[in-house]
Each structure stands twice: as structure tokens, then as C-alpha cells.
Design a protein around this ligand. Structure first.
Ligand code: ADP
Length: 389
């Protein structure tokens, strides 16, 4: 077990024509410190550099710049075999002609000096831990996807590595099994206490699994924090929009001193709102106004200074909550947005209602840089019940 540190790590894939200046910057100056035993989820959209980062940690890609440290040694130039890191892939990568037992013991036979007896014992212990002890004599082709994934995880665990690296390991499983395996993997990781880096493009997986999450976009680290920090206190527009489902609603606007003007509404700011002085906001500065769907209060009509008229376009009842699609009038920019409410739906398609955006819940972002200027107040507990009939 060990602490893993990435220090200004950069990866440039060079063009094959040998022009040393050209290339794709896949990972750009990423620094992150993963304490011993921590579970870090690396999340971001496809192409943001997640796999490249993981592959550099594993030693499958060279590091163009920066340093990767495991424990107290720099591992940039240490070979894959000597890194003491076990990787689990989306594709399972099991040997089809070997049994589960052989798949699990193969790596140990090749890379350690453990005796045959020790290997048999370790494989049997881990198989019991993973609930696959009755499958040891089967071949991968005789197993379900979930069972194959357990074998792939088991094979990583028997190696007793310093670090686990997991690249979208659950994405080939159906939704129900994926949810089960998420919880199981978390328990397992806690039990084993092995430092883990887990890559996913799925923000739900990131929110539910990680001690901390690192959000990447276009090779650049956007934020590292606990899932709730990233959710409630996003550093910027990208994190705000990426974390949370349905996503935060955004409206382009302008700062007007005591209000924010958007095409759809004029939002008054109270005098004690306390926008940080260092934001450098001037009258006319571009701002993006953000509000999460669950923070919008639906009212029978638009009354009050932070409540605006909107039309319900579609209501999706999910059972525990309703996803209410709304739209401002064309005259007010016609922008669409989403609110979520709990329980039995109390609005239906084509209703004209009021939507209140409580000031404690709003987020403001600099339109130019995307940086957060103001995040929701953490003590705010959510939208009020509303006054719908
Ligand atoms: P992710 O895992 O987040 O989907 P990747 O790390 O696979 O992203 O890719 C990051 C960027 O690097 C992408 O623009 C991708 O096209 C590019 N890339 C990945 N592998 C290579 C490679 N072997 N050669 C050139 N470019 C690559």
C-alpha cells in the first residue's frame, strides 16, 4: 500500500511524422495527491485524458513531463512489472482457454516468488472473498458478464498490489448489476485498504463511489474534492454542468450592480449577498446564472421578486421524483430548463406556473473564464414545498 502522487504530469502524443513540436496534448499539467488507502475517481467526458493518465500511472505510456511518485520513489522510468500496480479493464481481459483458477494464479506464477502452495491458498481466499469459489474450474466463456468481472477483480486482488487502477470496469454490465457492483467494490476497497484510482465517464458512478473525485476536461484538471464539494461548490461552469443529473440550469446574463439581467428575467440581488470583492465585477460584466433543478420552487403563479412565469412543457414522473421541463415565453428568450419535485406530480403539460429561484441556492459564473463567482449557500436545505394546489 502506498501514497500516489502526480506532480505536473503532462502527456503529449507526438505526430508520427517526427515533427517534435506537433502533437496532441492528452494530459496537461495534472497534479493530484492520493493518500495511502484512498479511493480517487477520475471523471470526465470521453477524450478528456482519463485513460492516458491511468496508463501513465500503470507504466503503459511514457510521461512527457512531470513526475509520478509511488510511496517515496519516482516511478516514471520504472517498468510495468516492477510498479506493483494491478489494473482492471472494462474488457476484463481474461484468458479464454484458462480456467478461473488459472486466470487468477497466472500473474502470481509469472511475477512473484510465492510457492505453489501459497498461490493455491491465496487464490482460494480471494475467490471466497469475491463469491466465485464455486466457479474456479470454469472457463470465462461459461460465465456471465458479472462473474467475469469478479474474476478480473479477483485476479487483481491476489497480486496484493500497492495500487489498483480501474478503467471503467463496470461499463459492460447491465444497470442493476452495475449498481450492485458499485457498492460491492466500495466495500471491498475499504476492506482491503488499497489506494485506488478509478476511471469513469459516468458522473453518477463518480458521485457514489469516490472518497474524492478529480474532474478532468480536455486534459486539464478542473477540480479535486469530495463528491459533495464538487456538487455544491463547483470551481467552474464545467464542473457545475458535468456533476449532477439532471444538470444545473444555466442562463446567460449581465451583472447590473443590484441585479442580474438575462433574456428571460431580471434577478434582484440582495444587498447582503456578499459577492467577493476580488471578482472584479463591473456593471455590464457577463455572468452565467446557474440553479440546480431541485432548488427551484414551483408556485401556482409568478408572485414575488425572484419568481418568474414559465410554461410546463413535459412532466416525467419517475416515482420518487418528477422531472418537470419548463420554458420561458418566447418574448422572454424562450429558454428551456428543468426542475425536479418530489412525490405525486402537481403540475401537468401546458400549465402556466411561477418558478422561484431562491437566492441562497443560485450559482454565478464569470462568463469569460467560467470561474465560479458565487456558489450556493451550503446551509440552504432545498426548495420549499411551493404553493401549488
Ligand atoms: P479518455 O480516456 O478520457 O476518453 P484518452 O486518455 O483516451 O481519453 O484520450 C485523451 C486524448 O488523447 C484524446 O484526444 C485522444 O484522441 C488522444 N489520444 C489517446 N491515445 C492516443 C494515441 N495513442 N495517439 C494519439 N492520440 C491519442
Amino acid at each position: 500500500m502506498a501514497r500516489l502522487e502526480l506532480d505536473d504530469v503532462t502527456k503529449v502524443y507526438r505526430e508520427s511524422d517526427g515533427d517534435s513540436d506537433a502533437g496532441v496534448v492528452a494530459v496537461d499539467d495534472v497534479s493530484v495527491d492520493i493518500p495511502d488507502g484512498d479511493f480517487l475517481v477520475l471523471v470526465g467526458p470521453s477524450g478528456c485524458g482519463k485513460s492516458t493518465t491511468l496508463r501513465m500511472i500503470a507504466g503503459l505510456e511514457t510521461v512527457t513531463d512531470g513526475e509520478i511518485r509511488l510511496g517515496d520513489r519516482t516511478i516514471n522510468d520504472v517498468s510495468v512489472q516492477e510498479r506493483d500496480i494491478a489494473m482492471v479493464f472494462q474488457s476484463y481481459a481474461l484468458y479464454p482457454h484458462k480456467t478461473v483458477r488459472e486466470n487468477m494464479s497466472f500473474g502470481l506464477e509469472e511475477s512473484t516468488d510465492r510457492s505453489d502452495g501459497e498461490i493455491v491458498e491465496t487464490v482460494s481466499e480471494v475467490a471466497t472473498l469475491m463469491g466465485i469459489d464455486d466457479l474456479l474450474d470454469r472457463k470465462p466463456g461459461e460465465l456471465s458478464g458479472g462473474q467475469q468481472q469478479r474474476v478480473a477483480l479477483g485476479r487483481a486482488i491476489v497480486r496484493d498490489p500497492d495500487v489498483f487502477l480501474m478503467d471503467e470496469p463496470l461499463s459492460n454490465l447491465d444497470a442493476k448489476l452495475r449498481a450492485e457492483m458499485r457498492t460491492e467494490l466500495q466495500h471491498l476497497q475499504e476492506q482491503l485498504g488499497v489506494t485506488t484510482v478509478y476511471v469513469t465517464h459516468d458522473q453518477t458512478e463518480a458521485m457514489t463511489m469516490g472518497d474524492r473525485i478529480a474532474v478532468l476536461d480536455q486534459g486539464t484538471l478542473q477540480q479535486v474534492g469530495t463528491p459533495l464539494e464538487c456538487y455544491h461548490e463547483p470551481n467552474n461552469l464545467f464542473v457545475a454542468g458535468f456533476i449532477g443529473e439532471p444538470s444545473m440550469n444555466f442562463f446567460d446574463g449581465r451583472f447590473e450592480g443590484d441585479a442580474i439581467a438575462t433574456d428571460a428575467f431580471e434577478y434582484p440581488l440582495s444587498a447582503d449577498l456578499d459577492l467577493p470583492a476580488e471578482t472584479g465585477l463591473e456593471d455590464g460584466s457577463g455572468l452565467v446564472f446557474g440553479i440546480r433543478p431541485e432548488d427551484i420552487t414551483l408556485r401556482g403563479q409568478a408572485t414575488g421578486e425572484r419568481c418568474f412565469a414559465a410554461e410546463v412543457t413535459v412532466v416525467e414522473p419517475m416515482g420518487n421524483e418528477n422531472i418537470v421541463h419548463l420554458r420561458f415565453d418566447d418574448a422572454d428568450g424562450g429558454e428551456s430548463f428543468i426542475a425536479t419535485t418530489e412525490g405525486i406530480p402537481r403540475v401537468s403539460d401546458d400549465d402556466r406556473i411561477g418558478v422561484e429561484f431562491p437566492e441562497e441556492a443560485i450559482h454565478l459564473f464569470d462568463a469569460e473564464t467560467g470561474a465560479a463567482v458565487k456558489n450556493r449557500r451550503l446551509s440552504f436545505t432545498g426548495a420549499a414545498e411551493g404553493t401549488l394546489p
